[in-house]
Every structure is written in C-alpha cells, then in structure tokens.
Design a protein around this ligand. Structure first.
Ligand code: NAD
Ligand code: WQD
Length: 344
C-alpha cells in the first residue's frame, strides 16, 4: 500500500510542484487548501502531468474540527508537508493579525492533531528571510537568526521555535524545517506554475508580466548597493529542484533516517545572482527586450544573500540541478501559457 502524505497548501505554487514529485515517487497525496491564494484547477494540472488525481479537500487549516474530520476520513496519513501560509511580506505589514492567525493557528492545529492520528513527521516551509542580512556569505544553517523585518518573517521564525519546543517536549513525531531561498520557474510540462495575485511583489513574475505587456515597466530597486553591479543579490532556486528536496525529506523522516528530532536545511543553489544579471539572462533566453528602469531602494530589502547548501547536498544527497537559463525560460513559457489560456 502507498504511504499517505498530507500536503497543506498543495494547490499553491511550491505545493503543487511538490505533489507532482511525491506522486511520481509513489506516495499517495491528500491536498488540503482553502484556495485563498490558488485555484482548484491546479488539481487538473497535477493529474495531467502524473496521470494521478490527488485527493483534494477545500478546507482551512485553521478549522480544528474540520482538520480532525479530514484526518479521520483519510485514515493512515503518515507524514505532512505544511506549505499553507500567507506569504506576502508587504501585506503582512498592513495586516499583521491575519498573518499571525493564519500562519500560527494552522501549524498549532497540525502539531496538536498529529499524535492523535499517528502522524510520524512534518516538513515545514521556512525561508531564508530568517537570516536577515547575514554577516557571513554564503549563509549556513548555523548563522544567527536576525530580528524579523516583517510580521511574515516573524511568523517563520516563531513557527520554527514552536516546532522545536513541541518536538523537544517529547511528542512522538519528528520534523524537518526547510529554509527556501528564492523559488522561481515552472514545471517543464507548463501545466502548473506560479499564479501571483494582483500586482506581483516578487521579481520573476514581474519580469514575465512586463515581457508580455501586462506591466508597462519593471522597476529595479536600487543599483547603489555594495555588490559588483550595485543591484541586490539572491539565490534563485528552480521550483522543481526545490520540490524534489521535499520528497527526500519525507523519505528520510518516515524511514527513521533523521539524525536529530528536528533538522534544518537550506535549500538553495549556492550561487548568488544580481537583479541585473537576472534581467540580462531573461532577455537572452526569451528573446524579449525588457522595459526597465532603476529606481530607489525598496524598504526592507536585504542587500545580498545566498545559500551554503553543503549540509543539504551532503546529508540529504540533494543538489539543485537546473540552470538559471532553463529556469527563467520555464517561467517565460508559463507566462505565455497563461496568455494562451486568457488568464493573463
Ligand atoms: P502559495 O500562496 O502559492 O501557496 C500557499 C497555499 O496555501 C495557497 O494555495 C493558499 O491558498 C493556501 N493556504 C493559505 N492559508 C491556508 C489555510 N489557512 N488553510 C489552507 N490553505 C491555505 O505560496 P508558495 O509560494 O507556494 O509558498 C508555500 C510555502 O513556502 C509558504 O509557507 C511560504 O511562506 C513558504 N515560502 C515561500 C517562498 C516563496 O518565495 N514562494 C519562499 C520561502 C518560503
Ligand atoms: C528579489 C530581488 C528586489 C521586484 C521575498 C521575501 C522572502 C521570500 C522570497 C518567502 C530583490 C528585486 C523585485 C521588482 C526588483 N519569501 N526586485 N523589482 O525580496 O528576495 O524575498 O520573497 O519567504 O521572505 O521577502 O524576493 O522576488 O521580491 O525580490 O528590483 O519589481 O528583486 O529588490 O533584490 P525577496 P523578490
């Protein structure tokens, strides 16, 4: 019998790509998503790629009784990947209580229900945002956690603490915390990808929407940073590569291979790229000239951050494989597909 995994936020951007990889690896997936930032059509895309339709429940992870009934319905869930969260940094400054409620209560409900239903482990979506501006680059998992720059960032820091405190209290399950750098791109099948709500805050969706003419001009937030070309540097990680790390983490947890009850891994490429390098590469692979203008710095931006992925490379046996060229091309093909479907 296949091992059953609950994927919260499974119709979202990273969640949907991970469901594909889990099903390809032979797992039986139950998706719980309240569709606050995604569409149920994503389930069709997953089915078209894998030939398997995952179970889908439109449900809010904050609904304790609903979640309890879901665990009872899908008896035998062995592991959870918890993606469901609100994730827009700017919005979190405007609506902190929404962010604290959504991101904390959903996690608390899962942690409380896990032992009642014999769930053995939870993988948690954290972020490189917990490092702020690191003193030493590339940043390792042991780098100090810096004061959060936003309520969103704070929820990731505190969720990590909640998981550690709970596990160290002696509960019968384990956790792997994955700190993502900047996930980008879309599935090569072009069946699933990122669907930003409204005006994108993240660089790549803004780039592809500018290239296709939905946005008139891209603003580059600063070229006076202390970096080789003056623009900010990030570690852009292909979303399929990122998703594959979740399958390895689930295998590791459920096969009893973890070395600590809570493990933390950076998921990045180990390579930092500047905003201007990204724009140039996008223009090369897409053949589209981007209309952009350098403007002032964006409040709260980190100057430069990229991962030291050695721990994930050596311990998980996972490495980011896709090139940034192929990844940007996949983002562009996804944008063209959205246009073809009349979505954007
Ligand atoms: P996303 O918004 O595309 O996916 C999140 C999904 O969770 C959405 O489908 C949304 O409808 C759902 N959701 C939100 N609150 C819910 C709730 N209470 N109950 C049920 N479903 C709920 O975001 P994503 O980019 O796929 O991010 C997934 C996770 O990874 C999040 O926890 C995010 O904070 C984290 N993360 C994302 C990035 C990034 O840049 N995308 C970077 C680091 C960490
Ligand atoms: C990347 C670079 C911008 C848009 C955010 C969250 C972080 C994480 C990932 C979840 C920066 C520049 C952007 C634009 C630009 N999410 N930029 N013009 O800021 O690294 O991280 O998403 O955990 O928590 O803070 O990603 O894609 O917004 O920006 O010049 O229109 O692109 O200044 O240097 P960021 P991003």
């Amino acid at each position: 019998m296949k091992t059953k995994i609950l994927v919260t936020g499974g119709t979202g951007y990273i969640g949907s790509h991970t469901v594909v990889e889990l099903q390809n690896a032979g797992y039986d997936v139950v998706i719980v998503d309240n569709l606050s930032n995604s569409s149920a059509d994503v389930v069709d895309g997953i089915e078209r790629i894998t030939g398997i339709r995952p179970a889908f429940e439109k449900l809010d992870c904050n609904d304790f009784e609903g979640m309890k009934a879901m665990f009872a319905k899908y008896e035998g869930i062995k592991g959870i990947i918890h993606f469901a969260a609100s994730k827009a940094v700017g919005e979190s400054v405007q609506k902190p209580l929404l962010y604290y409620r959504n991101n904390f209560v959903s996690l608390l409900n899962l942690l409380e229900l896990m032992p009642q239903f014999g769930v053995e482990g939870i993988v948690f979506s954290s972020s490189c945002t917990v490092y702020g501006q690191p003193d030493i680059l590339p940043v390792t998992e042991n780098a100090p956690i810096k004061p959060a720059m936003s309520p969103y960032g704070n929820t990731k820091q505190v969720c990590e603490e909640i998981i550690k405190d709970t596990i160290y209290s002696g509960v019968p399950y384990k956790s792997i915390i994955l700190r993502y750098f900047n996930p980008i791109g879309a599935h090569p099948s072009v069946e699933i990808g990122e669907l930003p709500n409204g005006v994108p805050q993240n660089l790549i969706p803004f780039v592809t929407q500018t290239a296709i003419g939905v946005r008139e001009k891209l603003s580059v937030y600063g070229d006076d940073y202390n970096t080789p070309d003056g623009s900010c540097i990030r570690d852009y990680i292909n979303v399929v590569d990122l998703s594959k790390a979740h399958v390895i983490a689930v295998d590791r947890m459920l096969q009893g291979k973890t070395k600590q009850d809570v493990e933390i891994f950076n998921l990045g490429t180990g390579r930092g790229l500047s905003v201007l390098e990204i724009l140039k590469t996008f223009e090369q692979v897409s053949g589209v000239k981007l209309n952009y203008q350098v403007v002032g710095r964006r409040d709260g931006d980190i100057e430069q951050v990229w991962a030291n992925p050695d721990w994930a490379n050596n311990e998980l046996g996972w490495t980011a494989k896709e090139t940034v060229e192929d990844t940007l091309l996949s983002a562009w093909k996804w944008q063209l597909k959205l246009r073809e479907k009349g979505i954007m």
